[in-house]
Ligand binder design. Structure first.
Ligand SMILES: [Zn+2]
Ligand SMILES: [Zn+2]
Length: 78
């Protein structure tokens, strides 16, 4: 009866669910299993690593440069 979870299920270290190991990805930091569902949501770190690593944008994008319309210069003219 528990054949499926014996064969191909691993506990996702991000959401804690048992998902298919063959469809998951390793944590980019420690290599533990992240399920496909989390991966699709942009999760690349397990819960432990996500805690110790501050949330940062991908590939060296400077922080604060994303959507700061408040800091934008007023439009000239008018
Ligand atoms: Zn997950
Ligand atoms: Zn990890």
């Amino acid at each position: 009866m528990t054949e499926l979870r014996e064969r191909d299920a691993m506990e996702c270290r991000a959401c804690g669910r048992e998902e298919r190991a063959s469809e998951g990805y390793p944590c980019t930091d420690c290599g533990r299993f992240i399920c496909n569902m989390c991966s699709m949501r942009g999760v690349t770190l397990c819960a432990d690593c996500a805690k110790k690593v501050p949330a940062k944008p991908a590939d060296g994008a400077p922080q604060g440069a994303s959507t700061s319309e408040a800091g934008k210069a007023p439009t000239p003219g008018a």
